[in-house]
Design a protein around this ligand. Structure first.
Ligand code: PLP
Length: 507
């Protein structure tokens, strides 16, 4: 491969062997500086139980921007070099290292591109961080409906026609936003969506919390930037092998004002970024650049083997390529294993708990009918065998005595948005029991975690349907995240709102 390259390409290829931040960190630690700066543990001088467990080297590497280690929010040295190499590895024009996960990346891209009252066209099954970015930015969401599987209740990608309709009705929208892939591994037709957005002068923006690995294998769906998107944020930590909380913000082309994005990024990040997180991005980027294709090929093979074996176990079925419809299910991530356990007469929540308790197998999440296992570049054959055996045991325990569990009938219509999320969030509030909340305007986000997709967002009219769904998840052990206690909802207090008509004019 190296022989066929031009001189320039060979130079860039060889540069990927560098790990500028990690190399500088190693040098700094090995030089044994006398630390009269923060942090106060002084490179491991403060004996404590965590240090004993993880080792002194971890503490030695935990430094806070000392001499020669650059500055995350105004980088000009080793962080800049590491970010530039990362951009090249993803074929992006620029990259920022987020130490606040893709949550920080999403806040950065949305606030970096949109101003108050700008419109953004986006799927309703977005992560909570997107709703938070709408509250902070004051942007106006125009929701498009994702494909929802009526059997499992899982929300997938969005058919291009849904975006086209929203664009036609909102030609003044500034951004078209897509999730690539969804939590369950389904993707939309990003190439068509980017082309559509650009044809109408809009910016194409993505959430790739679960899509980092797409950039390193031809056997996976396209990464958003590869499909023509202008800006994205990707959880390097979820599927790219770096430490938890380390993510990337990247752009390509000329449509995004990158200087403004960088200015917002500097507001979203700590001035004390964790050096281990940044070093881990450097190391993971190098590994993925050189070995990602082979590692992912092997990861995919393990996942496909598990899909095949599980589909033969009584009472189990899996989501595979037969699920694809070219629309909201345009493609599938073959490192994700979605297992429908309803044929065992148990719920996905039950399977999630039982697999952990009986077999010490930790899944990503359980849903009513399904559960989700995520394979990664670190997954081994042995772990795959354990997963398959654990599901076999689950089937043996339940198949013969199975009962029929029916998915409750939800309408899957999202509530109507009455005011902008920021307006509702900042309005006078009142907390009421959930049972009395139908018809009111929600002042908070209410979501089930994982996956953290809100059932209600600030500004939406609370429906009986949403409340039914909420109590259903509560009953089945879903973790409810909201600002109030479980069983209560914060609503806009219309009695304290200046005049009812202000609600409309504020939109
Ligand atoms: C679709 C989606 N977007 C964004 C995020 C936030 O990413 P992070 O956990 O890296 O902050 C998540 C996290 O689970 C997610 O699933």
């Amino acid at each position: 491969m190296e022989k066929k390259m031009s001189k320039q390409a060979l130079l860039e290829f060889n540069l990927q062997k560098r790990e500028p931040f990690l190399e500088a960190l190693e040098q700094y630690v090995l030089s044994k500086p006398v630390p009269f700066d923060v942090p106060g543990h002084k490179m491991g001088g403060f004996d404590n139980d965590l240090e004993e467990f993880v080792g002194k080297r971890t503490y030695e590497c935990d430094i806070n921007g000392p001499y020669g280690m650059d500055n995350l929010v105004k980088p000009s040295g080793v962080i800049k070099e590491a970010e530039d190499l990362c951009a090249k590895a993803f074929k992006a024009d620029g990259c920022l290292f987020s130490v606040n996960g893709t949550t920080g990346g999403i806040l950065t891209e949305i606030l970096g591109v949109l101003r108050a009252k700008d419109k953004i066209i986006l799927p309703r099954n977005v992560h909570k961080s997107v709703i938070n970015a709408l509250i902070l930015s004051g942007a106006v969401p125009i929701f498009v409906k994702p494909d929802i599987d009526p059997l499992t209740g899982i929300s997938n990608g969005v058919p291009v026609e849904e975006y086209a309709k929203a664009i036609e009705q909102n030609p003044d929208a500034k951004v078209v936003f897509a999730i690539n892939p969804t939590y369950f591994g389904l993707v939309s037709d990003l190439k068509a969506i980017a082309a559509l957005a650009h044809k109408h002068g809009m910016i194409a923006m993505a959430d790739e919390a679960h899509g980092t690995h797409f950039y390193f294998s031809d056997r996976l769906p396209l990464g958003a930037l590869q499909a023509g998107f202008d800006i994205t944020t990707a959880s390097m930590h979820k599927t790219g092998g770096s430490l938890t909380q380390s993510s990337l913000v990247m752009y390509k082309g000329k449509r995004v004002d990158w200087d403004r994005v960088k200015a917002v990024f500097s507001m979203m990040m700590s001035t004390s970024p964790n050096s281990l997180l940044m070093a881990s991005i450097d190391a993971a980027r190098k590994r993925m650049f050189f070995d990602g294709d082979a590692l992912l090929g092997s990861t995919i093979a393990k996942c496909l083997r598990a899909r095949k074996e599980l589909s033969q176990i009584p009472g189990l079925s899996v989501i595979d390529h037969s699920y694809i419809d070219g629309k909201g299910r345009f493609g599938i991530d073959d490192t994700k294993l979605v297992v429908d356990v309803s044929g065992l007469g148990i719920t996905g929540f039950d399977a999630y708990h039982e697999l952990k308790m009986r077999s010490n197998v930790q899944l990503e999440l359980g849903e009513f009918r399904c559960c989700l296992a995520i394979f990664g570049v670190g997954t081994t054959d042995e772990q795959t065998n354990t997963l398959i055996s654990a599901f076999k045991e689950l089937s043996e325990n339940h198949y013969s005595k199975r009962m029929v569990h029916r998915m409750p009938h939800f309408n899957f219509t999202y509530p109507e948005l009455v005011v902008r999320p920021r307006v509702a969030f900042n309005a006078p509030h009142r907390v009421v029991p959930s049972k009395d909340a139908a018809g009111e305007i929600s002042a908070e986000s209410v979501m089930i975690y994982p996956p953290g997709i809100p059932l209600l967002i600030p500004g939406e009219r609370i429906t009986v349907e949403a409340l039914k769904e909420l109590s259903f998840y509560k009953k089945h052990g879903g973790i409810i995240l909201s600002d109030t206690k479980v069983g209560e909802i914060s609503i806009v207090d219309r009695t304290k709102w200046y005049r009812a008509s202000d609600l409309d004019s504020e939109f």
